[in-house]
Design a protein around this ligand. Structure first.
Ligand code: ADP
Ligand code: ZN
Ligand code: MG
Length: 490
């Protein structure tokens, strides 16, 4: 751990961060052969001469992988190149039987995109995306889990040839928190487009974090280190925080930051040097002779653009206006595209869609949160929420009764319609009974009556609340509202 640096020392420096994110595409088959692209199969079962690189085997590009790469590129505002080139990235590694990965080098499929993140001052900041390119994955070395793991490494080549996209950001990120936001937004966009499951545990999304520091106001970037093997966004943030301090300490103690790759060790909460610039690979990129240039026609681009869903940020903005939400609630409702779709489909069938949002967020969301449950574990279905919202809207139940019904739903793990049918809450619909209660509240609160009659019409809500309380939540809300106004006006 670097010694704790004084805040005024840290404040002299500005971190510069750029992220490289690898994402596995959710295609049925691999990038250049017909093998299943499937996680969790028995080792070395999804392999063939092409993905093993046996002599004479020829790659054939998977059209679905091109569609997904194009879709992802459009979703992050990239320009898609009409003609891109596959290249061989040569290196030796036991889990790379071909001796090279098919990737893209100087002519990637897409460039010049951006992702917007909230900046520290509350404004929106654009992080540039340099490029998005297509490539294939390598296999996997299994270093432990076997009886003889101390002396042997096993290979599972199922992952060889898995289609990937790599998304490279500009060095526009300035804090570890911004890096975390960038990754969160990127993952959300990719999930919405459906091109990947972005499952970090299974390795479908991997991140390398490049970071340097410079004195504030300096016009040149400092020397960067690349932190590899970071398998959660929280760890990316922690690794960056560690690395920023480490580099500042090196400079402050008169040293120079080395250009190197470093490994994050999450158990120890620090990074270790892995290889220096001298040991860096020279990949000897050259155009892949077995594949023609990739042509993305204007027609294909237009077809693919039609498949773009409404993206999370735009959806939140629309839903905030449509359902009268605050930002936090908009994030809750758009947490996944599937959930947002289910919510909106249900809300459209209700008398008042805003009320559906309200019941969902306050009654269901609140209880789930208190119990530490996920949305999928809710006993109340969307249909149940719509019924509850409609009953409330029609004044057939009071909000107090609604709360009581939801309490039962969560106690007994039952959906709302069943509970409502059984409990059919009592309602006072007798006009004279309600009027008697209103009279009493009016008598007890002459000041409020004065306010109302002086023009402060919102005071009516106070009387409704008081009577509702007196009736233990059983006064018919629609009737009560009507009678209160009549009494106060009359
Ligand atoms: P390399 O040649 O080492 O692969 P690139 O220029 O291709 O470096 O950049 C790789 C990633 O590192 C990009 O995300 C880029 O934004 C970022 N990056 C480049 N230079 C710096 C720097 N000085 N400090 C921090 N990040 C950087
Ligand atoms: Zn294969
Ligand atoms: Mg590079």
């Amino acid at each position: 751990m670097p010694a704790a640096l004084a805040p005024e020392v840290l404040a002299k420096y500005e971190p510069v961060i750029g992220l490289e994110v690898h994402v596995q595409l959710l295609t049925a088959t691999k990038a250049f052969c017909g093998c299943a692209n499937h996680f969790g199969s028995a080792p070395n079962t999804n392999i063939c001469p092409v993905c093993l690189g046996l002599p004479g085997a020829l790659p054939v590009l998977n059209g679905k992988a091109v569609e997904f790469a194009t879709l992802a590129a459009l979703a992050i505002g990239c320009q898609v190149r009409e003609r891109s080139i596959f290249a061989r990235k040569n290196y030796f590694y036991p889990d790379l039987p071909k001796g090279y990965q098919i990737s893209q080098f100087d002519k990637p499929i897409a460039e010049h995109g951006f992702i917007e993140v909230p900046a520290a001052d509350g404004a929106v900041k654009r992080i540039g995306i340099t490029r998005l390119h297509m490539e294939e994955d390598a296999g996997k070395s299994l270093h432990d889990g076997f009886a003889d793991s101390a002396t042997r490494t096993y290979l599972d080549l199922n992952r060889c040839g898995t289609p990937l996209i790599e998304i490279v950001s500009e060095p526009d990120i300035r804090t570890a928190d911004e890096a975390f936001e960038y990754l969160t937004r990127l993952k959300e966009i990719l999930l919405y487009t459906g091109v990947s499951d972005c499952n970090m545990e299974e390795g479908s999304l991997r991140c390398d974090a490049n970071v340097s520091v410079r004195l504030k106001g300096a016009d040149k970037f400092g020397t960067k280190a690349e932190v590899k093997n970071v398998n959660s966004f929280r760890f990316v943030r922690a690794a960056l925080e560690y690395e920023i301090e480490r580099q500042i300490e090196v400079i402050e103690s008169g040293g120079r930051v080395m250009q190197e790759s470093r490994l994050w060790n999450s158990a120890e909460g620090r990074t270790y040097s892995m290889r220096t610039k001298e040991q860096a690979h020279d990949y000897r990129y050259f155009p892949e002779p077995d594949l023609p240039p990739l042509i993305v026609s204007a027609a294909f681009l237009a077809e693919t653009a039609k498949k773009l869903p409404e993206l999370p940020e735009a959806r939140r903005a629309r839903m905030i206006a449509e359902y009268d939400l605050n930002t936090q609630d908009a994030f809750t409702l758009t947490a996944s595209r599937e959930f947002a779709d289910r919510f909106e489909a249900a809300a459209r069938t209700a008398r008042n869609p805003r009320r559906v949002a309200n019941v969902l967020l306050s009654e269901v969301g609140g209880r789930l949160k208190a119990l530490g449950l996920e949305q999928e574990q809710s006993p109340v279905s969307m249909t149940g929420i719509v019924q509850a919202a409609d009953l409330l809207d029609e004044g057939k139940i009071s909000s107090k009764q609604l709360k009581q019904l939801f309490d039962v739903c969560f106690e007994k793990a039952e959906d709302f319609p069943a509970v409502y049918d059984r409990e059919k809450p009592q309602q006072i619909i007798d006009v004279s009974a309600i009027e008697a209660m209103i009279d009493e509240v009016i008598r007890a609160n002459p000041k409020q009556v004065e306010h109302y009659r002086a023009g402060k019409k919102t005071v009516a809500g106070f009387f409704v609340g008081q009577v509702m309380k007196a009736s233990r939540g059983q006064a018919n809300p629609a009737l009560l509202n009507e009678l209160v106004v009549k009494k106060l006006d009359g």
